[in-house]
Design a protein around this ligand. Structure first.
Ligand code: SAM
Length: 220
């Protein structure tokens, strides 16, 4: 029935992520300090806008992320912290890498309200530059870098992941090649990931993010 599928969908959400009513509509939410003007309810839950978050879209679309809540996370491409703020609300230690100084200033403000969020002004193509800070055996590598070479970044950062960890990755087709067919770009990315990861699930995120592919994989 519809009821049981709704319950099943919720069962896939990590602890600390709930569907709650905002403005008469059920939305994903986490509990924490407000960050980007998102609605916050009287219990302190704040709506997680899947239209502004690829990981939010992956959860909204029911992808099996393997997230249960409380895990350690390495997040690449944190920008000013829209998504990683929600991640830090339900995860354990959350290392947030971003190489553009301006958004990192905002990210530092987001981290002030979250003891488990560690912003790193670093280039994700150069993991050795933060290897001394980030613990090894990370449970979950989240990637949203939206630049050319997204698969290469995923492969280079494989070293941080626990053997039973997960890669949760959003690929933006146009970042690789503005003229190519998105499906061709995604095929190339998946082929390159194959050297380091076993693919578990993919889904187009177009309902929320045009020409993006969501990927769930585990290290080989
Ligand atoms: N994940 C963010 C969110 O949901 O709130 C949005 C991220 S935005 C699509 C992509 C970000 O990746 C940009 O802020 C960009 O500066 C950053 N980025 C791109 N290449 C990077 C690299 N090599 N190292 C670190 N950050 C990078």
């Amino acid at each position: 029935s519809d009821d049981s599928s709704a319950a099943d969908a919720d069962a896939d959400l990590p602890e600390g992520v709930e569907r709650r009513p905002f403005g008469g509509r059920e939305r994903l939410s986490t509990r924490g300090a407000q960050v980007y003007g998102e609605p916050v309810d009287s219990d302190g839950w704040r709506a997680w806008d899947a239209g502004r978050s690829k990981l939010g879209a992956m959860l909204e679309l029911g992808m099996d992320t393997g997230l249960v809540g409380g895990e350690s996370v390495l997040y690449l491409g944190a920008a000013s912290g829209t998504t990683v703020s929600h991640v830090a609300d339900f995860a354990g230690p959350t290392y947030a890498v971003e190489f553009a100084p301006r958004p990192v200033r905002d990210l530092l403000g987001v981290a002030e309200d979250r003891d488990n969020l560690f912003p790193l002004l670093k280039d994700a193509r150069d993991p050795e530059s933060y290897a001394h800070v980030v613990e090894s055996g990370i449970d979950c590598l989240v990637m949203d870098v939206a630049t050319r070479g997204q698969a290469t970044v995923a492969v280079r950062n494989r070293q941080f992941l626990a053997d039973d960890g997960r890669l949760l990755m959003a690929v933006k087709a146009r970042s690789e090649d503005v003229t190519a067919e998105p499906d061709d770009v995604f095929d190339d990315v998946l082929a390159e990931l194959d050297s380091a990861y076993e693919l578990l699930e993919t889904a187009r995120l177009d309902r929320f993010h045009a020409d993006h592919l969501g990927i769930v994989a585990r290290p080989k």
